[in-house]
Write a protein that binds this ligand. Structure first.
Ligand code: ZN
Ligand code: ZN
Length: 367
């Protein structure tokens, strides 16, 4: 029998969410039913809300769910009712990249995370008979219940509030994983974070924990820079229109070892690239509007410099999320300082606050 749920539905590109009563399908073979207690909002949700990304509507978005296991379908083992879980991105487990433990580059990533349907092609939710797409990142967690899969359902033993667990599913994993897994700085290597939103500050906290020095934060928002300083940045650059390459080279005349750019602004990315040391690496993590292009002088890549990306922090959530939670419990990853809680029916206010910069990491709390 379908489950009655409450969800935030996005009906048109650029529209506000509407809170609706829906029916969610029972968990089928290989699926878990999770009662969602909190769900973070990430810029990927905002991107789908405002830009055409091939995601069908109406749909329930949300891909940073945390909650409790309620039930499961045939073939699922290893979970108990009431298990506290974090939901992350979905991967197939059977393609060559999944087999090589790089599920973030799963050959079926788009189908499993963006298609709006379950892997068997069915639409998971209805509103009085009208089909509502879901399965977003193998969850659709802007809702009171969601269907998920063993591969993206990570059990958490630690007694951490759900509102603090939720952002580990994507934003914190993306920022921290880019530093810890993709760039892997050694203590004493320099790193700059450009754009100190949720992903940027996650990168910064991971870099501080890795012993990066100097550790530079760049933002237009002075308040966020103050927070970046409290979270471990040794140098703060207020991006007030001055030449960013010069500002970075004032601190490090020979250039930076690593840059994480979450700004999505082409001139900023170019300025960062020109401030890299030989063999320096810059990771681009921003969600940019379609049509965005960055113009670079290829000579800046000489001397082994690299411009790269990383999906979901190059992390396998089953290993990496428990590691981040342990860092948090040990006081080494105080991401709770970025979070502001909202009720599910305040989702439009939460998105507006995230876009304006008033809130770094909005988390919807369902209980
Ligand atoms: Zn795969
Ligand atoms: Zn995300």
């Amino acid at each position: 029998m379908p489950i009655a749920i409450t969800a935030a539905v996005l009906r048109e590109r650029g529209a506000s969410y509407r809170i609706e009563a829906l029916d969610l399908a029972d968990p089928g073979p290989g699926q878990l039913l999770v009662r969602i207690r909190a769900a973070g909002i990430c810029f990927t949700d905002v991107g789908v809300q405002f830009y055409e990304q091939g995601t069908p509507l109406p749909q329930v978005l949300g891909h940073e769910g945390a909650g409790e296991v309620v039930a499961w379908g045939e073939g699922v083992t290893g979970y108990a009712v009431g298990d506290r879980v974090v939901l992350s991105y979905a991967s197939c487990g059977s393609c060559p990249r999944c087999a090589h433990d790089t599920p973030q580059y799963c050959a079926n990533f788009m189908a499993l995370n963006y298609a709006g349907v379950l892997p068997d092609g069915s639409v998971p939710m209805t509103n009085g008979g009208e089909a509502i797409y879901g399965g977003f990142f193998g969850q659709s967690s802007f809702a009171t219940y969601a269907l998920a899969y063993p591969r993206n359902t990570v059990r958490i033993a630690a007694d951490v509030p759900f509102a603090h667990l939720a952002p580990f599913g994507c934003g914190m994993q993306t920022g921290a994983g880019t530093v810890l897994n993709s760039l892997a700085p050694k203590p004493g290597q320099s790193l700059a974070v450009i754009g100190t939103g949720g992903v940027g500050l996650a990168a910064l906290m991971a870099a501080a924990d890795s012993g990066c020095a100097p550790l530079i934060a760049v933002d237009r928002n002075a308040e966020r820079l103050t927070l970046a300083g409290e979270l471990g940045a040794t140098h703060l650059i207020h991006a007030d229109g001055r030449d960013l390459t010069l500002a970075l080279r004032e601190i490090l005349p020979d250039g930076l070892d690593f840059i994480v750019d979450t700004s999505g602004a082409p001139p900023v990315a170019r300025a960062g690239l020109e401030a890299l040391a030989p063999q320096g690496q810059m990771a681009l993590l921003a969600v940019t509007p379609p049509g965005t292009e960055i113009t670079i002088n290829p000579n800046v890549l000489l001397a082994g410099r690299a411009l790269r990306s990383a999906v979901e922090g190059d992390a396998d959530p089953q290993d990496f999320i428990p590691r981040l939670v342990a860092m948090h419990v040990a006081g080494r990853f105080p991401h709770d300082r970025l979070i502001k809680a909202y009720r599910l029916d305040q989702i439009n206010e939460a998105v507006a606050d995230m876009k304006s910069g008033a809130t770094i990491k909005p988390v919807l709390v369902m209980d």
